[in-house]
Design a binder for this molecule. Structure first.
Ligand SMILES: [Zn+2]
Length: 160
């Protein structure tokens, strides 16, 4: 018998002024994406921005639906768009932001389990980590070095 431990390392930045310009730009793109979300039921507008290896930035935002299970999270909208429009390009970073009029104190929110599984699969296939930045309605910004920080035991069929 052996014990298996996994530890995660998150960095909390007091505000985005401490971040590199390209990270601040990615967070700004994610904030822009919240304006495109369709979230009349939750009033929880999530914006995602992913940066590809060539610097291309793609947006995603949550798309709710009257038939609730038919909607999709911002992260998966962006990741699936990358898979179609930029197949084979590495994803280097992801920023996720939240805007909510009724939840003005919305704190940074980690991706849901379904999105983490999708992101974990992409990360394993490309063989390099995807750095993640989370921000709520305002500061702070939470930084993770990899999807595996949030999902250390992601399901995989590729044997990695
Ligand atoms: Zn999700």
């Amino acid at each position: 018998m052996k014990e298996i431990n996994r530890y995660i390392r998150l960095i909390e930045h007091d505000n985005d002024s401490q971040l590199a310009p390209e990270v601040r730009a990615l967070l700004a793109s994610a904030i822009d994406a919240t304006q495109l979300s369709y979230a009349p039921y939750s009033d929880f507008h999530v914006g995602a921005a992913i940066r590809l290896e060539d610097g291309t930035v793609l947006l995603g935002c949550n798309q709710e639906n009257a038939a609730f299970p038919s909607g999709l999270c911002a992260e998966r909208v962006a990741f699936f768009a990358a898979g179609v429009q930029h197949k084979g390009k590495r994803i280097d970073a992801l920023a996720i932001t939240i805007r909510s009029a009724s939840k003005a104190d919305a704190q940074p929110a980690a991706p849901c389990g379904g999105c983490l599984q999708v992101m974990s699969d992409v990360e394993k296939r490309q063989g390099s980590p995807i750095r993640i930045y989370l921000q709520g309605n305002s500061a702070p910004v939470i930084e993770a070095e990899s999807v595996s920080s949030f999902l250390p035991f992601g399901f995989s069929l590729v044997g990695k």
